[in-house]
Design a protein around this ligand. Structure first.
Ligand code: FAD
Ligand code: NAP
Length: 384
């Protein structure tokens, strides 16, 4: 726990708590909401100061990264704390900056401790430039390092849990600084201990392990869309190999994502709005009888369905309502909000999508982003 002097230092130094701040530009879905209080934390002392402030005001604290997995439903009578530890903006030489600490190395790997406020994609891109690999399939995922453990971010079969060593966090109930091992984070598919206990821990640093050698990927083990993009790049270079290196994967991931996913700056969205449902063997057999082409993948717990395919088959791809909220026309799993409509309007549309999928396939779609609503004098994370 930090001393009272450290907290006083934070107060004297810089942390400025503002009142009645519009959050529309602080969430990529661009839904409007007023935060009663708002502050930016650059140090652990700032966080402790914010925790004390909330105790004094008897209000709740909501920590925010880049708001790319968050939807605000209404005004929030809470302190919204933007976590920018070690971060805030583009850092030219991340691996020689204060934002990243070298921890240890072996002949094959190196561990770095990274500030929660650093941009995730910057870590992926600059690690490759520094000769470290392993994160490339997770290139161009928006958001900050501190939010990455919340839903165990992942793409193309690669997940944060594959490279994460530990998480440093502050317990908001006691002010204690804690360290969680990979196992203690209870990672699962787009899930973690932190997602299950919203508001309890504020992540300050994350330790990741990078490979010091090139990771070599076999083409036939890549997701089909990624394989196609890699093959296109290989064809352009007239190479006939059946394997590719980390840089080639990084380039292909960026190319596919840029061609398929809406840029939140131009078309507000929060990425995939629903998780891919996991169903039992029995349910899978029933679905296959009715829909032989249903896209599915075996997983430990049964079968994973491609939620985007279900939405498309229900005729909802590109469909929008009068306030503009729509299933994106290049990837139906992404709900877009071009007119910056309210959070209520977004979830009303999402509920319609959920209802159509239940009606057609008998499958429940679970909302992936965190939905925040303030009612009965309390902040509720509706989508937990
Ligand atoms: P925020 O939205 O700010 O926060 C998300 C949640 O984490 C909130 O509950 C917040 O309270 C909590 N939180 C944030 N920081 C902290 C902290 N320091 N300590 C404790 N709690 C914290 N996700 C994937 O997994 N894979 C993808 O491929 C992917 N692609 C996307 C593409 C697009 C176009 C978009 C818009 C989103 C995508 N996402 C994807 C979702 C999103 O980018 C990730 O979930 C990301 O990790 C969110 O980071 P953030 O900083 O924006 O978090
Ligand atoms: P895609 O490649 O078109 O694939 C569609 C779906 O099928 C994905 O959801 C993926 O599941 C699943 N899939 C495809 N090939 C698979 C395989 N070989 N084994 C197991 N599952 C397979 O997907 P996309 O929409 O373009 O996205 C590409 C990747 O980026 C995906 O991993 C996706 O999760 C990730 N992404 C996530 C978000 C988000 O907000 N969470 C947004 C955009 C993209 P998985 O989703 O489980 O991988």
């Amino acid at each position: 726990m930090l001393s009272i002097n450290a907290v006083i230092n934070a107060y004297n130094r810089s942390m400025h708590i503002q009142e009645n701040i519009q959050l529309r530009s602080l969430n990529t879905m661009a839904t409007p909401a007023i935060a009663k209080w708002f502050a930016v934390a650059q140090t652990e002392e700032d966080i402790l100061f914010a925790v004390d402030f909330c105790k004094e005001k008897q209000c709740q604290l909501l920590v925010l990264g880049e708001g790319s997995n968050t939807v605000f439903i209404n005004n929030l009578n809470v302190l919204v704390l933007a976590n920018r530890i070690g971060g805030a903006g583009q850092i030219r030489n991340l691996f020689s900056s204060d934002a990243i600490e070298f921890v240890s190395e072996t002949t094959s790997s190196v561990d770095f401790l990274i500030g929660a406020g650093v941009k995730w994609h910057q870590v992926v891109e600059q690690s490759l430039q520094n000769g470290y690999s392993g994160l490339e399939q997770m290139a161009l995922i928006p958001g900050l390092v501190g939010a990455a453990p919340i839903q165990n971010i992942g793409a193309y079969g690669s997940e944060l849990k594959d490279v994460l060593q530990n998480v440093h966090a502050i317990d908001t109930r006691t002010g204690e600084m804690l360290e969680f091992s990979n196992r203690q984070c209870e990672f699962a598919y787009r899930d973690s201990l932190f997602k299950q206990k919203p508001g309890q821990y504020i992540i300050t640093k994350v330790q990741l392990r990078f490979s010091k050698h090139e990771v070599i990927y076999k083409l036939d083990q890549l997701y089909p869309a990624l394989r196609k993009a890699v093959k296109k790049k290989i064809a352009e270079k007239s190479i006939t190999d059946q394997t590719v290196n980390s840089q080639a994967i990084f380039d292909a991931v960026c190319a596919v994502r840029e061609s398929k996913l809406p840029n939140p700056k131009e078309m507000p969205n929060a990425g995939s709005f629903f998780k891919n449902p996991i169903i039992s063997q029995e349910m899978m057999s029933g679905l296959l009888k009715a829909f032989p082409a249903v896209v599915h993948y075996p997983v430990d717990e049964g079968f994973k369905l491609a939620a985007g395919w279900l939405i498309e088959q229900a005729g909802l791809k590109g469909v929008f309502c009068e306030n503009g909220v729509a299933c994106y026309d290049k990837q139906a799993l992404v709900i877009v909000n071009p007119k910056m409509s309210s959070g209520q309007q977004v979830i009303k549309f999402a509920a319609l999508v959920q209802q159509k999928i239940v009606e057609k396939f008998g499958v429940e779609l679970e909302i992936e982003p965190r939905l925040y609503e303030f009612k009965e004098k309390e902040l509720h994370c509706v989508s937990t």
